[in-house]
Design a protein around this ligand. Structure first.
Ligand SMILES: NC(=O)c1ccc[n+]([C@@H]2O[C@H](COP(=O)([O-])OP(=O)(O)OC[C@H]3O[C@@H](n4cnc5c(N)ncnc54)[C@H](OP(=O)(O)O)[C@@H]3O)[C@@H](O)[C@H]2O)c1
Length: 332
């Protein structure tokens, strides 16, 4: 069933009116939320750790940072520090400092869904997850537009949690595009699955396997890099703008025929079975448990694989070719 789409005209902003919002962290999302909320007329403070590297950036935008302890006493507290740091931040500061019936807002459901954080029962616990990077959340707001977002409620101590989640999404600019209701479980599980199957795991393996197939067959690594990696952006941009059917209208007949007849030989029933396995491991918590164990052990697998990946031929070839195209580094 499709999620109902809410937009500005359907959303009552009053549940957040007059409330002080504390944004914890001034990274990509923290910066965007703090500035959007302020520009929407909301009272905002930014909570940063002592000696924070983000303090100057925060001041340059006209916001004087406060301590995390002070920020935690606000009526709405937004968790915009790395997911891996949130558990300790909640335990050491928020759990003790947050006021009864205040709201704790997350931009990703992971720590709540997998019960790494179990918030006090007297708090509202909300999800407002932008469907875009922080930079876009700010840029689109400034342009008078918005990035869509998912909202959800984990805990409703005040009786106002759902209305507050929508109101927050509105003042952050998401109602200009689309606000869709979800659960912490759905947001977390679909996000992890998409990272593993498509956005990170899937695409990286596809690119590397195709590059290796061409170079093993004797083709030039430079040309293999262009065909299998560099041109991904062209296709991704078209998919983003036009969808799959729309993109097929812009490719050659050979590309379209190869797409229908050869694509399913690469991503086939075995790949789908693997995807179902990934999803099962995400849903029953095995992936999260495995990740915790990896981090607790000092991330040995991540460090080993990262080092191996960085010394792969595709990186050497890519670094040399990208250096010839400084325009690639230009911010979008
Ligand atoms: N990146 C995105 O566009 C995106 C998209 C959707 C959802 N999200 C979610 O948004 C949340 C924030 O992600 P993000 O990528 O915007 O930010 P981030 O890069 O994860 O966090 C950066 C900020 O967190 C602060 N920070 C780091 N460790 C801290 C600690 N131990 N205690 C207090 N502050 C700490 C940093 O302070 P210093 O400057 O002092 O280092 C910095 O201000 C996450 O839940 C993420 O899953 C992100």
């Amino acid at each position: 069933m499709s999620a109902a789409i809410h937009e500005d005209k359907d959303i009552d902003p009053r549940p957040i009116a007059g409330k002080r919002v504390a944004v914890l962290g001034f990274g990509p999302q923290g910066r965007a939320h703090a500035l959007n909320l302020r520009d929407s007329g909301q009272e905002v403070v930014v909570g940063l750790r002592t000696g924070s590297a983000s303090a100057d950036a925060c001041r340059q935008h006209g916001l004087e940072p406060v301590s995390l302890e002070k920020a935690a006493e606000s009526e709405v507290v937004v968790m915009l520090v790395p997911d891996s740091e949130q558990v300790a931040l909640y335990k050491n500061i928020l759990d003790k400092r947050m006021k009864k019936h205040s709201a704790l807002v997350f931009a990703h459901g992971y720590n709540i869904h997998y019960r790494r954080i179990v918030p006090r029962k007297d708090l509202d616990v909300l999800l407002v997850a932008p469907l875009g990077i922080g930079e876009q959340v700010r840029l689109q707001y400034e342009a008078g537009l918005g990035v869509p977002a998912l909202v959800g409620v984990h805990q409703d101590a005040s009786g106002q949690a759902r209305a507050l989640a929508f109101a927050y999404a509105k003042v952050n600019g998401h109602g200009r595009a689309a606000v869709m209701e979800t659960t912490f479980a759905e947001e977390t599980e679909t996000d992890l699955f998409a990272e593993q199957a498509v956005l990170c795991g899937g695409i990286d393996q596809l690119v590397i396997s195709a590059f290796e197939t061409l170079t093993e067959a004797g083709y030039s690594p430079d040309i293999a890099y262009f065909c299998c990696l560099h041109e991904v952006k062209l296709m991704a941009d078209m998919l983003h703008r036009r969808g799959i059917a729309g993109t097929r209208k812009s490719i050659s007949v050979a590309a379209e025929y190869g797409d229908y007849t050869r694509g399913p030989r690469v991503v086939n029933e075995a790949s789908r079975a693997a995807m179902r396995d990934l999803l099962a491991e995400i849903r029953d918590g095995r992936f999260a448990d495995e990740l915790d164990a990896e981090i607790e052990a000092g991330s040995p697998l991540i460090r080993r694989r990262r080092a191996a990946a960085e010394s792969h031929d595709i990186e050497k070839v890519g670094a040399a070719l990208r250096a010839r195209m400084p325009w690639l580094q230009k911010k979008e």
